[in-house]
Every structure is written in C-alpha cells, then in structure tokens.
Ligand binder design. Structure first.
Ligand code: UVW
Length: 307
C-alpha cells in the first residue's frame, strides 16, 4: 500500500546538490578504522562470471555478448600496424574483444538515478533530468566513484538451516535482527549490509539439475528498511536479482523507492556470497569499483571482499 504519512527521506541531508547519498556516511576516518575488520586477509570475489549462458539475466536485458574485435586471424591487420611504424611485425599480434551487455545484467551496482518515483529521483532531482542521449544528468553511476568500507553479511539462509530460502520468503526487519543477534554481528553507522538469501545457490542448482527456477525471489520487504534506518547503512547488497523480494512488497519497486529514491542508498545485486557463506565469514572490508559511465544507470562490478 502507498505510504499515507510523509516518507522518511535523506533529501538535503548531505546538501541540496548531493548525488552520492548514503555513501557520504563512509568518510576517510571511518574507512581508516574499518581496516580493523581484517582477520585472515582472504579475498572473496563477489562478481558472477560474464558469459553468454549459464548466468542469471532478466529476459528483457538479454545475455552478455563478448565479441572478438581482432585476433590471430587478422594477420594483415597486425602487419599494417608494423608497416605504419616501419618495423617488422616479427610474429607479434594481439587478441581484443568488445563487450555488449546491459549494465544491470549479472553482478551490478544500481546508480541513484536507476529508479524514480512520483517524477523525482534521490535528492529531489526531477525524472526529466534523465534524457535518452545523455542519460542521467543527475545521480549517474559515475558519481559513486568508488566504495571501500566495512561490510557485514547477514546469512539468512544459513541461519534458517536451508541452502536457499523459499522464493516467497519475505525478509523482514525482525528476521534481520534475529540473524544479526544469532551471528553476534555488530553493525556501525555507515557499514555496508549484505543479505544472503541463497538465491545464487538455487540458480546453479537448477542449472545443474535442469529444474525450473521460480520467477519469485526471496528478498527484503518494506519493513526491513526500518532495520537499514536503525543502523544507518551506507549501501545494501544481496545475492538475489533486486535486493527486494519479487514480487515486490505491495507496490512496484517499493523497496527500491525507499532505498534508492528516498534515502540515496545504492543497491548491489546478484552478489555472489557463496564463498563467504562457506567460510562462515560475516564481516569483511569490501571494495566496489563501478565503471565511471557518465550518465549511466548502473555498472557491472566485481566487488572484492577481504576478510
Ligand atoms: C530492477 O529491479 C528493475 O532493476 P535492478 O535489479 O537492476 O535493480
């Protein structure tokens, strides 16, 4: 149901012109102390592979295409490079490729311009500031620059003793609090929150066994936003496709609206949390480096978690 009272918003919290939202919570002082989370030094790559098949995609986005631009089959081309420099090629050449894929395919970070509500985006910028040629004049993905800081993972699937949650399971504020307490995980203002549903495990299981995967996905519901507010979280990630549960809770993209639009909280989706879960790692130093696509609505990422 749409909100009847004025929704909580971070508009203006970091200035009228701000386009980085809750990432402002991770300042240099916090980042310097966040290194204390390091224990083993082990690295976990949270990015899924980029390939034509065997990876999750929403149908309208289509699979990634890696096309070859130049290779060893283009001998004459490489010869011409040598000729232009008046030197022999001496057997040298190269392989190069080109990537064509949706910026919201695979593991990716949503920019604050990704979703709009009532004609506005985060910080009150009008939806009309997004144009088809230039993309986002406001809240573009390049404004993220880079993210590095302490992240905590709440492993809901492991807590409930299942490899993955039932697709219709809704992760509420109470569930997150229960998992946090059971794990003994402390959360500080400006931390990154990762929520594990086990969806990627179910995806690879259905691929291996040829079983049908439900279109529904477990994820956080609107009440979980209270948890995010209580701990003043800087960014939210999950191993499912949209962070929020699908079908969405009550209204279209309701959690996206509350987090991206109202609070300026970027979302990390399809984060591969299997490695951290297997090692029982619930805290890490997380680095996310989106491509600086000016005007972009999101970027594929390979987040690196260091435990
Ligand atoms: C939508 O949910 C529409 O997109 P994304 O999964 O990139 O947030």
């Amino acid at each position: 149901m749409p909100e009847t009272t004025a929704p909580k918003k971070n508009w203006g919290r970091w200035g009228a012109d701000d386009e980085r939202g809750a990432l402002n919570l991770i300042d240099d002082t916090k980042r310097a102390s966040d290194y204390e989370v390091l224990r083993t030094g082990k690295i976990y790559s949270l990015g899924l592979p980029i390939q034509r098949s065997g990876v999750p995609v929403f149908e309208y986005r289509g699979p990634a295409q890696r096309l070859t631009l130049a290779s060893q089959t283009d001998g004459a081309f490489w010869e011409s490079f040598g000729e232009a420099m008046d030197i022999p090629t001496d057997g040298a050449g190269g392989n190069e490729d080109l990537l064509i894929f949706g910026t919201h395919s695979g593991t990716h970070l949503d920019a604050l311009c990704h979703v709009y509500h009532d004609d506005h985006m985060y910080n009150g910028f009008e939806t009309s500031t997004f144009g088809s040629y230039g993309g986002a004049a406001r809240n573009s993905i390049h404004q993220v620059d880079g993210v590095a800081g302490r992240a905590v993972m709440l492993d809901v699937a492991a807590h409930l003793g299942v490899p993955w949650l039932d697709p219709m399971f809704r992760i509420t504020d109470d569930v997150l609090e229960e998992v946090r307490e059971a794990q003994g995980t402390s959360i500080r203002p400006g931390d990154i929150l990762l929520v594990r549903t086990g969806w990627i495990d179910s995806f690879y299981d259905s691929l291996a066994n040829g079983t049908e995967l439900s279109a529904a996905q477990a994820g956080i519901d609107q009440s979980a936003v209270d948890f995010i507010d209580r701990y003043d979280i800087a960014l939210v990630g999950s191993d499912n496709g949209a962070v929020e549960c699908l079908p969405c809770d009550e209204t279209l993209l309701s959690v996206h609206v509350k987090l991206l639009v109202h609070r300026g909280i970027n979302l990390l989706e399809f984060a591969d949390l299997r490695g951290m879960a297997a090692d029982g790692v619930h805290e890490c130093f997380l680095v996310i480096a989106p491509m600086k696509v000016v005007g972009g609505t999101g970027s594929p990422v390979n987040p690196i978690a260091i435990a």
